[in-house]
Design a protein around this ligand. Structure first.
Ligand SMILES: NC(=O)c1ccc[n+]([C@@H]2O[C@H](COP(=O)([O-])OP(=O)(O)OC[C@H]3O[C@@H](n4cnc5c(N)ncnc54)[C@H](O)[C@@H]3O)[C@@H](O)[C@H]2O)c1
Length: 456
């Protein structure tokens, strides 16, 4: 692996050197080498195969489910025929948005029993993902399931089994995986652009009540407008509670905390970019510092993850942080750091930073070299560009569109998707184990290849 990486690193440096020389010489060669300009455009080739119409249904028509359906309907030949939700208001909204002839129900099995539906989008809270996914695939439907794929570590194998047994297309909804930005980062890492990977990180900074899961509760919310009994039928029995229904992310019976909600996106992107199957050691720290609104999950969470050496990558560490009381606010980035540079990765942009020189700028060290009479410190060098920005072409429809497009292309062409049940489980597991580590106050050990918890 090292030899392969060394040769691809040399090839990246060679390409970069050619461009740098062209820039220095002021030739038109630079224009031709658009892939290597310090500012470079990421392109997505167009092209859909427009075979038969695909009829879809949405199960869980809240914020994300609705957004997913809107994106799905941008794909030519896709039609929404039915919507399922447990709250009257959402079913009413669906009819207003998509027309009175949309079939609506509070019983997802009524959707699965319909013969005219080819695929379902599952946008329910996390505790319903596994059961509806498995039932849907066995009912002959293709499934687009929101992340995290499962609510508990023990739930993954059943989804993988259902996908294998039914042969249905199953895709998890971490959209970044299909984005131009993730693709470019994958290509750059393989070409040796940052040398040998040794560290990755991601950070979310939030402060506003809406951002930290204090969602508004509709005026008409009650046990009459919400099917509460169904909502809790696969978890602990409790009396009706609007907060537990509309602010479900704050409660462990339904949500998966910061790790399942946010970290999971970075695991998906990271695993795609590095071809990794996951970490083998997971440990978390954090606390509930500010949002004492009855939530059961921390509002500051740090996760640290050890990735062992594999055929695809060297050993590296991952650090993820989420702060819901961050007065500075900030942006979410996935950063990959290697021996020769780093990459900041978003869905439509990759900023590659490379070491300017490999020499030291430590004055003490340079003075020593000088005294040794090597002349090393005095000779100036040609330097490559320090920063190269790869930006998506204007009009790029974005990761969410690409992700939906990949889903429907796989259905139409009997193809495969990257973020299938195995991939989805390998992204969800370290996030869920991060929660386990936090609540158990101990590291968790995971075999990412076999997808098994290791008891120590
Ligand atoms: N991919 C992303 O970027 C992204 C972003 C936000 C949310 N999500 C995921 O999407 C899912 C939904 O999140 P949200 O923010 O839209 O929540 P939400 O509360 O806005 O919507 C959830 C909807 O599901 C309905 N519901 C609950 N149980 C149901 C059941 N058994 N059958 C049918 N409907 C049911 C609720 O009535 C509600 O309308 C979560 O899993 C979340 O992690 C993904």
């Amino acid at each position: 692996m090292k030899e392969k990486q060394e040769s691809s690193r040399r090839s990246f440096i060679k390409k970069l050197a050619t461009t740098t020389a062209a820039v220095a010489a002021g030739t038109s060669m630079f224009a031709a080498e658009h892939e290597l300009k310090p500012f470079s455009i990421l392109k997505r080739p167009l092209g859909h195969s427009l075979n038969d119409q695909i009829n879809i249904a949405l199960i869980g028509a809240g914020g994300m489910g609705t957004q997913d359906a809107i994106v799905a309907l941008q794909i030519p030949g896709v039609k929404l025929v039915a919507v399922c939700d447990l709250y009257d208001g959402r079913l009413k909204d669906a009819k207003t948005r998509w027309g009175a002839d949309i079939f609506t129900t509070k019983v997802y099995k009524e959707i699965l029993n319909r013969k005219d539906i080819d695929a379902v989008i599952i946008g329910t809270p996390d505790h319903w993902h596994q059961q509806i996914s498995v039932d849907a695939m066995h009912a002959g439907k293709h499934v687009y399931c929101e992340k995290p794929m499962v609510h508990g570590i023990s739930e993954g194998p059943a989804v993988i089994k259902a996908q294998k047994e039914t042969g249905k297309v199953f895709q998890v909804g971490s959209q970044g995986v299909s984005s131009l930005g993730n693709e470019k980062a994958h290509e750059l890492l393989k070409s040796g652009a940052i040398g040998e990977l040794n560290y990755a990180e991601g950070f979310w900074a939030r402060r506003e009540p809406l951002e930290v899961w204090q969602y508004p509760i509709p005026d008409d919310a009650s046990a009459q407008t919400v099917d509460w009994e169904t909502y809790i039928s696969n978890t602990k029995k409790r009396d009706y509670d609007s907060k537990r229904f509309f602010r479900w992310r704050n409660y462990t019976d339904y949500g998966t905390g910061m790790a399942g909600d946010l970290f999971v996106h970075l695991f998906s992107s990271l695993h795609f970019i590095t071809d990794s199957v996951g970490p083998n050691k997971i440990y978390a720290a954090g606390g509930l510092r500010f949002w004492n609104d009855g939530r059961e999950v921390p509002d500051v969470l740090l996760g640290t993850f050890d990735y062992g050496k594999s055929a695809a990558h060297p050993a590296f560490n991952l650090s993820l942080r989420c702060n819901f009381v961050d007065g500075t606010s900030g942006t979410t980035y996935l950063k990959l750091v290697g021996s020769e540079g780093s990459m900041d990765i978003t869905w439509d942009k990759v900023t590659l930073k490379r070491n300017k020189t490999f020499g030291s700028d430590d004055p003490f060290y340079l003075d020593k070299l000088k005294k040794a009479g090597s002349g090393y410190a005095e000779r100036k060098k040609m330097v490559p560009p320090e920063e190269i920005i790869y930006d998506a072409e204007k009009g790029y429809k974005g990761g969410p569109y690409d992700h939906m497009n990949n889903f429907f292309n796989a259905i139409r062409n009997n193809g495969k998707v990257t973020e299938d049940a195995i991939f989805g489980y390998r992204a969800a597991a370290p996030a869920l184990l991060c929660n386990d580590s936090y609540y158990n106050n101990s590291p968790m050990f995971w075999d990412p290849e076999k997808m098994q918890l290791i008891k120590k």
